[in-house]
Ligand binder design. Sequence first.
Ligand SMILES: C[S@@+](CC[C@H](N)C(=O)[O-])C[C@H]1O[C@@H](n2cnc3c(N)ncnc32)[C@H](O)[C@@H]1O
Length: 193
Amino acid sequence: MNENIEFLQAFLKNPAKVGSITPSSPELAKRMIAGIEPGPDNVVLELGVGTGAITKHLQAKVPDDKSYLGIELDGRLVRSLRKNFPDMRIERGNATEAVAIHAGSGLGKVGNIICCLPFVSLPNEVGEQILLEVDKFMQRGCTFRTFQYAHGYYFPSAIKLREFMRDRYGKSKRSSLIVKNVPPAYTLTWSTL
Ligand SMILES: C[S@@+](CC[C@H](N)C(=O)[O-])C[C@H]1O[C@@H](n2cnc3c(N)ncnc32)[C@H](O)[C@@H]1O
């Protein structure tokens, strides 16, 4: 199935959890994975894989099946992802349980988190639980990257995420505005490595 149609279907089924009507553009995907060198001791954890718009760019950088773990909530998307990315480890699950899912995978240390979750439309308590999970990885030394849409940059939940991260890991590295994405977005990166 065409990726855009599949994504739109997922959005129509659950708009708050998907949070966007189109997958990330190649320009945003490339910025999300810039500088990341996955390996068995530097596992990339992708939260909210969707249709794999970022995963397909990351794939070329992933050396083996021990260097990447994707977590996606929507079972239909997971089935399709497993078909499209047979060499990538993708678990159906909730990012609120990311630490347990990673521990159950038997994979090595997570060195990079690529977070594509729509914090702006997720319930507050879900967003908070996910950030606490992220914090556990960050305490072991990790880089966290997410994107925020320009139009939602000053929404309370977007500000809350930035404050949570800034209070613990300092000021983010923010990209220039990526205009070739619908809607335009910034990437934000924090690191404890
Ligand atoms: C904005 S889409 C991003 C998809 C893709 N990574 C991209 O950039 O195009 C967000 C994805 O996060 C998933 N998602 C939402 N809440 C989640 C949760 N708590 N745990 C795991 N995945 C979740 C949705 O099902 C959706 O596929």
